[in-house]
Write a protein that binds this ligand. Structure first.
Ligand code: NAD
Length: 354
């Protein structure tokens, strides 16, 4: 890969390769855009097939963080870290302390926390080396797990979609199909059931499905057909790229609204969703609840302020759905126009010197 070309294409400012011989840490930090403020974004740990796959992931994810923060009205830029290692076998105190020391060299230009493959406990080790962390456990001054606030944002997105499509945002009697019942999907299922929805859900871990089925009364289905379930709302809450040129033709829903990052394999799939009359809640808006929570932690955590901001995802999406109808364009195109306008506006304001 031509790294500078890739950075230029996506608009990245900085990519940092970190290697620590003693702990074996190999990590890439990508800072996409700091127009709005210092970069913020989680740290993913995965046994990537090769370095190019890791680099591609961190570039794409950090760009998404810029848009997520901008759409949520936050004053943070986009960044992300990937650790090239297996979370099941390669975690150690030394590895996360080494990562902490590298994060510290950026002096607050970038903050990180848990993501796929890492946990808040891992960053308790990093905290010994840097204070530029978010999403720490409550006992360490953090705001705790972000799963429920992310789920509340997804529920706000679902309700906004239901109102736009059916004229009522009630979940009563609606059929919601959820892919993935982890930290976010579980709470999406719980809130949907509390709202009166019928929930059909799948997870690749059969123990998780069994536990959630007996606890919440969801209808279990298998991971390969959940996407094709006839329903009002399909909620992808597992991994990215779930909607591709093949699967997009099999969706049997009115609305797509979930927590997974990069749900569309390519942006142009948003046009196909529009052609198929499926209302898409852009992922970087629907899943911003966790980011809103950890961003608030930096200013002194206030749960009421967080709830208010998470609920505003409803209004942000309602406006985008309406504008997309008027412009006859996909919701993704309209959402990206909104975030780029905010970035431009703030960029212009920052020309004013004191
Ligand atoms: P998680 O790891 O706790 O849960 C993911 C679940 O999906 C797991 O139970 C896993 O077994 C299941 N799964 C994986 N592949 C599957 C498949 N093909 N079909 C069905 N189930 C599958 O992760 P999470 O924190 O719940 O996050 C879910 C998604 O939301 C991720 O894409 C994450 O990046 C995104 N996200 C999470 C947060 C957050 O606050 N946790 C915030 C924003 C975005």
């Amino acid at each position: 890969m031509d790294i500078f070309q890739a950075m230029q294409q996506r608009g990245h400012e900085q990519v940092i390769f970190n290697y620590d011989r003693a702990s074996g840490l190999k990590a890439i930090i990508a800072i996409h855009d700091t127009t709005l403020g210092p970069a913020l974004g989680g740290c993913r740990m995965l046994p990537y097939a090769n370095e190019e796959a890791a680099l591609t992931d961190v570039l794409r994810l950090s760009e998404g963080m810029t848009y997520k923060s901008a759409a949520a009205g936050l004053d943070f830029g986009g960044g992300k870290t990937v650790i090239l290692a297996d979370p099941a076998t390669d975690k150690s105190e030394a590895l996360f302390r080494a990562l902490g020391r590298f994060i510290d060299t950026l002096h607050g230009r970038y903050r990180t926390g848990e993501d796929v493959g890492t946990s808040d406990q891992d960053f308790v080790q990093s905290l010994r080396e840097t204070r530029y962390l978010v999403g720490l456990p409550v006992a360490y001054g953090g705001s705790g797990d972000t799963g429920d606030n992310t789920a509340l944002g997804v529920i706000a997105a679902i309700r906004a979609g239901l109102f736009h499509r059916f004229g009522s945002d009630s979940l009563q009697g609606r059929r919601v199909a959820i892919q993935g019942l982890g930290k976010v999907g579980y709470h999406v299922a719980r809130h949907a059931i509390e709202g009166g929805a019928e929930v059909v859900a799948a997870d690749i871990n059969p123990h998780v499905v069994g536990r959630v089925a007996s606890e919440l009364g969801i209808e279990p289905t298998d991971p390969w057909t959940v996407l094709e379930t006839t329903c009002d709302v399909f909620s992808p809450c597992a991994l990215g790229n779930v909607i591709n040129t093949d699967t997009v033709e099999h969706l049997d829903c009115q609305i797509v609204a979930g927590s997974a990052n990069n749900q569309l394999e390519h942006d142009h799939l948003a046009d196909r969703l529009l052609e198929r009359n499926i209302l898409y809640a852009p992922d970087f808006i629907a899943n911003a609840g966790g980011l809103i929570q950890v961003a608030d932690e930096i200013q002194g955590y206030n749960p009421d302020r967080v709830t208010h901001q998470v609920e505003s995802i409803y209004d942000v999406l309602s406006a985008i759905f309406k504008e997309a109808d008027v412009r006859r364009q996909s919701t993704l195109v309209v959402a990206l126009d909104h975030v780029k306008k905010r970035l431009d506006d703030v960029h212009q304001i920052r020309r004013i010197r004191s």
